[in-house]
Design a protein around this ligand. Structure first.
Ligand SMILES: *Cc1c(COP(=O)(O)O)cnc(C)c1O
Length: 361
């Protein structure tokens, strides 16, 4: 080891050195169906109007720290109850981090069902908390309620995350199960509704019923991933505390102006979302008809599917070599062996993916 490497080993925490940084693969030249992005751009007249609004933005000034106008737009776009507060994050990833920082203490626990969203585990490590993953039911990725009850009782997590719909499985958990978990938890339960735009149900209306419930949303999956804007909704008693951890000016001026503009043109985003839901049904049917493929029903803008045993890595590589990038979930977790995940793209992208998969099989 060089002297510098020794210093790194001495001062950077062991658990951080053991991490692998979040890997974002290079997608240049590929049909990009790996990251749950909305595949549609805006019509050129709308782009022109958006650029006009950006002319008014003062880059020399700090942003509106409270982002009051943007919050008003978000309140109406997401039907946020009047008596609930909103805290904005630089993506909902930042909100997960703020929540973790607000509760972190040695031996305190973050709990989530697995397979689930990887940032819950990573952020627990960042802030020095323990992470407990509770396996979902193998057959249908439903919550394993006996296991959840036991884990909540044994570990008393400070934070429990339920992604609703779940990533990477795409299903909505049963509402009765979700209610039971919120009622049984002593700590905070966060319902992460990143995919609400594509789902039939939301837990926003449960906020008034449970005093330990928070709901998280993001504009990323509904077509604004580049803006980095997430929101946490809940009772003022909780959000007042979380807001103290928010770095001042975390939502930059360009994001504030652009998100306001986009929400004023909500019909376009809603139409794109409706198209994606329609194409999800077609993609599901096409996948289900491929011999050896089992597709799982999804309430999000992606579909998880299983390929014949032992072939996922080769099929993933074959697709990439043929110009289509999806996500290989094989090996990430026991329940995901032989599984791949594809984001719903434009119809011609979906067709190209299905043809490449047919050939790879
Ligand atoms: C994509 C995703 C997020 C992150 O959203 P950002 O707002 O882009 O940070 C959060 N939770 C789940 C379950 C996701 O899939």
């Amino acid at each position: 080891m060089t002297p510098q490497e020794q210093r790194v080993a001495q001062w950077i925490r062991t658990e951080i050195r053991a991490l692998r940084a979040y890997h974002v693969p290079d997608a240049s030249g590929l049909v990009k169906l790996d990251a749950m992005e909305n595949p549609y751009t805006w019509p050129s007249d709308l782009v022109a109007r958006w650029l006009e609004t950006l002319r008014e933005v003062s880059l020399n000034r700090y942003p509106d720290a409270a982002a009051g106008r943007l919050k008003d737009h978000l309140r109406s776009a997401f039907n946020i109850p009047d008596d609930m507060d909103v805290v904005l994050g630089n993506g909902s990833d930042e909100l997960i981090q703020m929540l973790a920082m607000a509760v972190a203490a040695p031996q305190r626990i973050i709990l989530a069902p697995e397979p689930g969203f990887v940032m819950y585990r990573m952020i627990a490590t960042f802030v020095g908390m323990r992470y407990i993953g509770v396996p979902l039911r193998q057959a249908d990725f439903a919550l394993d309620m006996p296991a959840m009850r036991k884990a909540l009782h044994e570990h008393r997590p400070a934070l429990t995350f339920l992604a609703y719909p779940n990533n990477p499985t795409g299903n909505l958990f049963a509402e009765d199960d979700v209610r039971e978990i919120i009622a049984a938890a002593s700590g905070i339960v966060v319902i992460d509704e990143a995919y609400a735009a594509f789902a039939e149900r939301s837990c926003m209306s449960l906020l008034r019923e449970y005093d330990n419930l928070l709901v998280m949303r993001t504009v990323s999956k509904m077509g604004l991933a580049g803006l980095r804007l997430g929101l946490l909704v809940g009772a003022p008693a909780w959000l007042r505390e979380v807001d103290k951890i928010r770095l001042p000016y975390n939502i930059n001026v360009l994001t504030q102006a652009s998100a306001e503009f986009a929400l004023q043109n909500r019909q376009m985003l809603d139409q794109q979302t409706a198209d994606i839901c329609r194409d999800r049904a077609q993609l599901y049917d096409a996948l289900s008809q491929l011999p050896g493929v089992v597709a799982f029903r999804s309430q999000a803008n992606f579909i998880l599917f299983r390929v014949p045993s032992g072939r996922a890595d080769a099929i993933f590589a074959d697709l990439r070599d043929n110009g289509v990038l999806i996500k290989n979930m094989n090996g990430a977790q026991d329940l995901l062996s032989d599984c791949l995940r594809v984001t719903v793209g434009r119809p011609e992208e979906n067709r190209r993916f299905v043809e490449a998969l047919r050939a790879a099989l």
